[in-house]
Design a protein around this ligand. Structure first.
Ligand code: AHM
Ligand code: MG
Length: 339
């Protein structure tokens, strides 16, 4: 029998996420029961949010709440629902010492009477939510650190970390179907929710980014104020002989998922509108960079690998170039070469 824990033949049709975790984490002493419990709570919240996203038009959940979040963006009703749902599903389980959310300025502490656990859960509860009224793909992006502090409530140092400290990352995309993509540092795997039985089943085993794909995703309307070297690179993709095409939803999780499955590169450079980039390092760039590297791709901020960065503030923003390794390296080389 193969000793490779990720041998595909081991995962017959109908492998649930739960079984996959139990089988792949067996024999890894660092994987405690707390980790599996945390992922189980994440899937519970994902099922609840998925059900609500599907019914949003009927449940009066479309549209904005009328308030702005700490990022200066209009909060959608579904943002709040997703934030509360993930918090409530996780906080009582005794598996995290704190959480961080795009929707909350400060660290989220675990309220009494619940006990703190080993992990730190960071999330964008509903990425791309401004697209919800149009039925486009949106999703939850998350990453997980093992705590650094010794016990008791979590501390800022548990989240202000280097991306290389991550132990797991993933996202749930609520699209035509609901798919959870997860990596615990041993490849990237996708699980599709069967809503009729309420289970996530393995559907995308060991996803690899297609290195030959020539698709880019970016908001090209901002390109006039990008670094000129990037503008020149973009111009070269317009030569029909190069075979490039473009796909952009305006939902990071939807765009990234498309590129992960079909191959491609996503760019969100600094622009006049967003001089430091728009995306957040901790709960957008870190998790997707972890997944991209695990799938054989790369992610940089235009200078170096995203995962080499150390977070200096919870909601720090970053430029992001992510996807096929070769294209990401080419763009990074261009941006680090003096003009
Ligand atoms: P959000 O987390 O508030 O939804 O914002 C991030 C979203 C990303 O999903 C997407 O890639 C980006 O904003 C789109 O921005 P733009 O409209 O500037 O192209
Ligand atoms: Mg987001």
């Amino acid at each position: 029998m193969s000793t490779d824990p990720l041998n595909h033949s081991q995962f017959e049709e109908g492998t649930t996420l739960d079984r996959f975790l139990l089988e792949t984490l067996r024999g890894h002493p660092e994987a405690t029961g707390q980790f599996v419990t945390l992922i189980n709570q994440v899937t519970l919240a994902a099922k609840l949010v998925s059900a609500r996203v599907n019914r949003a038009g009927l449940a009066n959940m479309f549209g904005a709440t009328g308030t702005m979040n700490i990022q200066g963006e209009f909060v959608q009703k579904m943002d709040l629902y997703a934030n509360e749902t993930f918090k409530r599903a996780i906080e009582h389980a005794g598996v995290v010492c704190m959480m961080v959310s795009e929707e909350e300025e400060e660290i989220i502490q675990i309220p009494p009477p619940f006990s703190p656990g080993h992990y730190v859960f960071c999330m964008d509860p509903l990425d791309g939510s401004s697209n919800i009224d149009t039925n486009a793909s949106i999703g939850t992006i998350f990453c997980i650190f093992r705590r650094k502090s010794e016990g008791g409530p979590g501390k800022p140092e548990d989240a202000l970390r280097c991306g290389r400290d991550l132990v797991a990352a993933g996202y749930i995309v609520y699209g035509a179907g609901t798919v959870l993509v997860l990596s615990t540092g041993r490849g990237v795997h996708g699980f599709t929710l069967d809503p009729t039985v309420g289970e996530f089943f393995l559907s995308h085993h060991d996803i690899r980014l297609d290195p030959t794909a020539r698709t880019y995703s970016c908001n090209e309307a901002y390109s006039a104020t990008w670094d000129q070297r990037l503008g020149s690179w973009l111009a070269t993709t317009k030569d029909p002989a190069t075979g490039w095409s473009a796909r952009y939803i305006g939902s990071l999780v939807g765009d990234f998922h498309r590129n992960l499955v079909k191959g491609g590169v996503f760019l969100y450079p600094p622009s006049q509108k967003a001089p430091k980039g728009k995306l957040r390092l901790l709960y957008e760039a870190f998790p997707l960079a972890f997944l991209a590297e695990q799938a054989g791709g790369a992610a940089t901020d235009g200078h170096g690998p995203i995962l080499d960065r150390t977070l200096t503030s919870l909601h720090e923003r970053t430029p992001l170039y992510i996807g096929n390794a070769e294209t990401v390296q080419e763009i990074t080389r261009l941006l680090t070469t003096p003009a």
